[in-house]
Design a protein around this ligand. Structure first.
Ligand code: AVI
Length: 318
């Protein structure tokens, strides 16, 4: 997804889907740009930084949980499955799972080939003898997995509560797609962040050090870089809001003054106080998570949470 920077006046070389999503998103009301566009190189680095800020509990909580529940996952799922990780990214939680499930192969799937290649090499070194079969693909679409694992039962792995970044309708679609991609007899280990008090949730998405704010505003920098935009980034404030009706944290970029700018030559005006909605992060209680899984064609068979009930891990079977 990395694209060269564009000089003023040069024709933009950006991803056509990025251009289409940004222009349509700025045009519509309320204005909204899909969160997937956060993740250029800088955005991916900033996300890695977020995972270690004190307020952002999901990553460290889920990682600690994995260490504890892994043996039980192995017991229920059985050894020798092919572990298929959806959106493997930098795969930091993966070794924890691979160590105890004794897989026959590891198939990391990611849309970003750069990340995928780097993390696959690291894992292959850490697990000599384990076939690591990186698969550059968009896991939102049905996939035919590598032939080497065609006849092996799969254990899908979808940590990080990434499912929460989709509206429930899309989340259900994705679960169904995963079921189809993983095939007969598959199991799925999935992480979902839980509903909790508003202050903890808002702080996790608006840390005092401003890392999440930088992550959010990097989207505007990216638009300026790749779509010849003239957005005055300093005129937008990061805001994290808890939407109780929809059980989700929303991230917004709110104009702190009236602004006018162009993107790809198209003019836009945003009034003070108006926002661009940039991300949803849905939270699921235990029942909600089980209903979601069942709606997506999966039967939940085990679930775990941490001592503070912050995060949920679910093991389900197809
Ligand atoms: C990737 N995803 C699960 C993160 C989340 O918590 O929704 C993205 C994120 N956005 C702001 N902080 C983290």
């Amino acid at each position: 997804m990395l694209k060269p920077e564009v000089e003023d006046g040069e024709q933009s070389l950006a991803d056509p889907q990025f251009r289409a999503d940004v222009l349509a998103g700025l045009e519509r009301r309320p204005r909204a740009i899909p969160a997937r566009w956060f993740y250029d190189r800088r955005g991916s680095e900033l996300f890695e930084d977020i995972t270690s800020v004190p307020e952002y509990y999901p990553t460290r909580t889920e990682t600690a949980m994995l260490e504890h529940v892994c043996a039980e996952v192995a017991e229920v799922a059985g050894r020798g499955r092919a572990v298929v990780e959806f959106g493997s990214g930098s795969s930091l939680k993966t070794p924890l799972l691979l160590r105890c499930t004794d897989p026959s192969a590891y198939v990391p799937i990611d849309i970003s080939g750069d990340f995928l290649r780097e993390s696959s090499l690291t894992l292959a070194e850490a697990f000599p003898g384990l076939p690591v079969l990186p698969f550059e693909a968009d896991f939102m679409r049905p996939l035919t997995l590598p032939r080497a694992v065609a006849d092996t039962p799969k254990l899908g792995f979808f940590p990080g509560s990434t499912i929460g970044n989709m509206i429930p309708l899309m989340a259900v679609d994705l679960l169904r797609t995963m079921r189809a991609s993983l095939g007969e007899g598959a199991m799925l280990l999935i992480g979902m962040d839980r509903i909790k008090d508003e202050a903890t949730l808002v702080a996790a998405y608006d840390d005092a050090g401003g890392v999440t704010a930088a992550f959010n505003r990097n989207l505007l920098d990216r638009i300026n870089r790749e779509l010849a935009g003239t957005i005055p980034v300093d005129a937008f404030a990061h805001e994290a809001r808890w939407n109780d009706d929809r059980a989700r944290i929303e991230m917004h970029l709110v104009a702190t003054r009236d602004v006018a700018f162009t993107v790809d030559g198209r003019p836009f005006a945003i009034a003070e106080g108006e926002s661009i909605h940039t991300e949803n992060s849905h939270k699921y209680g235990s029942r909600d998570a089980r209903i979601l899984l069942r709606s997506g064609g999966w039967t939940p068979i085990r679930e775990w949470t941490d001592p503070d009930g912050l995060f949920g891990l679910y093991l389900a079977e197809a």
